[in-house]
Structures are given as C-alpha cells and as structure tokens.
Design a protein around this ligand. Structure first.
Ligand SMILES: [Zn+2]
Ligand SMILES: [Zn+2]
Length: 237
C-alpha cells in the first residue's frame, strides 16, 4: 500500500511540476479570494456598530479562524487522494512537512500567493458576500468577514513561524498574537497534533478531534513523499 501511494504521489507531483496550469489556478484563486476580501473589508467598515463590538468580534473571530483553518489543515494532512483531480494540489500541500524554511518574500505578495491554495475560501467568501446583501445580524456578518480575511492572514503567521527574523515578530509569537515557534514545532516533530496555525489556541480541541478521526501523518502521508526528491511547496509564486 505504501509503495502504491508513493508511486501515486510521485505521479501527482510530476503532473504538478510539468505544467503551469496549477500555478495559474493558484493565481485565479488568489485573485478571487483577495478581491472578495477587499469588498468585504469595505462592507465591514460600513456596518453601524459600536467600536467595542468590532473589538470583541475580532477576538472571537481570531479563535474561530484558528480552529476552522486548523480543521482544514487536519483534513488535508490526512487526505491521500493523489489520483483525484485535486491530487497534484494535495501532494504539493503535503510537502510542507519537509519544509523547514520558506523562500523569503514580501509580506503582501505572500498574503496574495498563500491565498491561492485556499480553495475552500472561495465559496465561503461568495456566501458571506451574498449574506451581506440580506438582513443578517450585523455582528454575525462581522464575525464571518473577519474569519474570511484572517484565514489568509493565518498563512502569514505560519510562514513567520518558519522564517521569523525580528524581535518584534518573536514578541508577537511569545504573546500568542502569532503562532509560537515552540507550539508549531510539535506539528512537525510529533504525529497527528497541533494543526492550528493562526496562533494555536484552538489546538486543545482540534487535537481531540484528530485523535478520534485519524491515526496520523507520520506513518501516512509523510511516508508517501519519501521517494520524492523534486521541488517543494514554494512553487506557488
Ligand atoms: Zn501539516
Ligand atoms: Zn509548518
């Protein structure tokens, strides 16, 4: 089984590396996500709400974003459908487990590029845009918009965990505004844990869900790229 999965993985990566199609798809997804986020940001500031609700909503959304993106990460790490049409994206995603440091990039460019792998975010943002035209509770709308934007930001938090280069970033990580390095290291070092990557505060729930649903990636998807020695996950730009 392991050898079959390794072969499927290598074939999926061969397809991924042999065509610019996948990079174009990332660009389209990035463009859709970021443009909808910009529209939603305008809608966010046009809501009539006291400032403290903006603040309270932000903290709630921060936790929810950490949780939702952690769940998606958990699902993806344990997904080995390399033969599906999503196969090349899944295989390429799994390579983050062997990436210690990412290519240095401008933070705005990074935000744009990293939004390209967030396929689930496209229908999510479309739904939030549609809801914004309806008579939905403004606080709920506020939460949904924050989550839609912070989900892309969480990718920056993960990137900085691998590429932290200033005292300022280290301080933000220390106070859990960003994902602390020591917390995230557990995801790479151990098995089936610490999937959250905005600041890791929801991992105490995700770890329990992961334990119930999956046996882990160390003997699963991590084994599948063992015979692959090509390009890594820095291919989205
Ligand atoms: Zn992972
Ligand atoms: Zn990582």
């Amino acid at each position: 089984m392991k050898t079959i999965k390794q072969k499927q993985f290598n074939l999926a990566m061969k397809s991924y590396n042999s065509s610019n199609r996948y990079k174009h798809i990332y660009k389209i997804v990035s463009t859709l996500n970021v443009s909808m986020q910009i529209i939603l940001l305008f809608i966010l500031f046009s809501l009539t709400m006291p400032w403290y609700l903006y603040l309270i909503g932000f903290f709630i959304a921060y936790f929810l974003t950490d949780f939702i993106n952690g769940l998606v990460h958990m699902y993806m790490d344990n997904n080995d459908n390399y033969n599906s049409i999503w196969g090349p994206f899944i295989a390429s995603f799994h390579l983050h487990h062997k990436t210690e440091k990412y290519k240095e990039a401008n933070i705005f460019l990074l935000y744009f590029n990293e939004s390209g792998a967030k396929f689930w975010l496209v229908p999510y943002l479309i739904i939030v845009l549609l809801l914004s035209t309806m008579a939905i509770n403004p606080f709920v709308l506020l939460l949904l918009i924050y989550i839609g934007i912070l989900s892309s930001f969480s990718e920056i938090s993960h990137y900085l965990c691998h590429n932290a280069d200033s005292n300022f970033i280290t301080t933000l990580q220390k106070y859990r505004i960003l994902l602390p390095i020591s917390h995230h290291a557990k995801h790479h070092q151990y098995d089936n844990q610490s999937y959250a990557f905005l600041n890791g505060t929801s991992d105490f729930i995700i770890d329990k869900i992961a334990k119930k649903l999956y046996t882990g990636y160390k003997n699963g998807s991590d084994e599948h790229f063992k015979t692959y020695d090509g390009a890594g996950t820095d291919n989205r730009d």
